[in-house]
Design a protein around this ligand. Sequence first.
Ligand code: NAD
Length: 263
Amino acid sequence: MANEKAIFITGGASGIGQAVAKLFAARGWRVGLADVNRAGLEATAAMLPPGMATTHVMDVRDRDQWREALSAFAATTGGRIDVVFNNAGIAIGGPLAQASDDDIDRIVGINLVGVINGARAAHPFLKATPGSSLVNTASAAAIYGSSGLALYAAVKFGVRGLSEALDAEWAGDEIKVRVVMPSFIDTPLLDSNVSGTNYTARDSVRAAGLEFTPLDEVAEAIWNGIARDRVHVIIGKTARRLAFASRWMPGALRKQMRRGGMR
Ligand code: NAD
């Protein structure tokens, strides 16, 4: 196996995936960047030290593309893949009653089935690399579901459940599993319109007076989360408040959510 550690990142063209790529590359890791967005992949690769990144245009919904991309990346790293960061995702907000069939199929296909596909395709590579980790991006939406985010909460709870299950299932293979649960981060994900309105997800975070966690803090928390022996990596003030309230004052949290959410 090559000396440098290797991380494969989906959603590597933008936002959290790009920030994690920059941090790991700066610490000497080889990076496999995967995304549907070819131009974004090239832009991220150009931010990394020369020769440290490969790019893989792929759709996380496509199981063959997963296997091909991981094999192609492993061929450049001497066979090792230390971390698979299963992070690509989309946001769709708005009342469930107004969601289209296409909205449902897209968010379940990308944010949940895409992550399951990634876990399954990653398993043989992670098993073959001592000390490896699977890191799945869920969200603070996987701590307690909020009104207007029913579909997003449903798929992110799925990612959380998958991660908790694999943490136990893969312990015998010595693969660590982590689930990242951030509150809000100012990335293009928040450009998406809340369906049936002309405001964006970013506008609703601002209107509620909630915080954005800077991307470099998120990347550092993910780095530290891999080293710590905890499945859940909770990032951001709102996520920490939600985790506290759901554990210690669930009745009050329910009332607050029914009044309109975490303010
Ligand atoms: P982003 O939009 O900046 O990045 C997401 C990336 O995923 C994009 O580059 C996009 O092209 C890619 N992608 C979308 N569909 C894909 C597909 N089918 N196959 C491959 N790639 C695909 O958003 P981000 O904020 O960096 O989001 C990354 C993850 O973090 C997502 O899973 C998101 O749900 C989660 N998250 C984001 C926030 C936030 O506030 N931004 C909060 C909690 C969790």
